[in-house]
Design a protein. Sequence first.
Length: 421
Amino acid sequence: MKALLVFLFIFSIVVVVHEFGHFYFAKRAGILVREFAIGMGPKIFSHQGKDGTTYTIRILPLGGYVRMAGFEEEDGLKPGMFVQLVLDEQNNVIKINTSKKIQLTNAVPVEVTAQNLVDELTITGYVNGQEADEQQFYVSPIATIIEEDGTEVRIAPRDVQFQSAKLWQRMLTNFAGPMNNFILAVFLFFILILLQGGVQDPQSTKIGSVATDSPAATAGLKTGDTIQEINGTTVSNWSELTQAVQKNGSDELTVVYKSGSQSKTVTMTPKKNTVNDQTVYQVGVGISMKTGIMDKIIGAFTMSINSFVQIFVALGSLLKSFSLDKLGGPVAIYQISSQAATQGWTTIIGVMAMISMNLGIFNLLPIPALDGGKLVLNIIEGVRGKPLSQEKEGIITLIGFGFMMLLMILVTWNDIQRFFF
């Protein structure tokens, strides 16, 4: 249960932050966000804000999504459908009920014969009991429609649809999801550094900690001392220090170190240990930390850049020799979350930062249906001076979606085979 909760926590935070990026910049561009959902599946709570967005919580705590006006074919109104229309004092439609679960008082029951909720903002049909004459109703541009599942959202006139925004605004809206994942990764690495008490200083040989009953502790070394020489060789950074200890093996070491203003010489014998199936020799000293606020901020960006580079190296390896074992889906994330759950909050935060960085980079891949694919279409539009037709864009997106679904099925099945069999 703990592993499951950690998985849901990590996955939901990373996805919701991604979707919030799209949401925020869509709103700034004047694009109507019809729904901002936390979770998937049937809704358990909804609230329509004054900004026109319906905020929902759904039963499955798996991420979330945003519905932007213009990404849906239609509002579900079809000829022959019976709906309820709520009118204002000028007889303009302000609410359309298509749900059989909800009955509205003082609403006009209408059998729809035609509708245009994008440009003309009209609904034509027969009023119940007055079937002799077809009537046309004008719809308010801020009218709402109650969908079959009971969710109430704004209608989507053309002027608030995604394609009506300027090209640079649409590009920024598409990029904002991955951008938020990168920002989240930097923030999480900063929190991780705070929990660790600072950022490691690999350019120094100053001792940050001394393990109890270790060779270094027995020899008298203390936190704050600086190691200067090992077996007559000067060491100026932590890498040279560890290499000197490993090179020596289990033989006795002669260590020159500075404690305060005094220089001292001691001997110690490293302990042989196994770490990640590798033999290492340790004297029990830990690297020092830089604790200044700017050091911590720079450290967070450095860790983010390092993880960014690691993922790109992994992508390069994947392109050179493709293997499903080099990919991971929700099952792999669950497995990693399960391991992190046993190791405490610092590990959980570190894992979340890496997953957020992965999600940001993955979504920027130039694959249709991903944010990167949408950005490619934006660039093509900029070069051509006009967008692709909706039919062509729809076909490209459908192909990309099909490819992603197939890849997800294969990756998930491979993960199940790897981790559970």
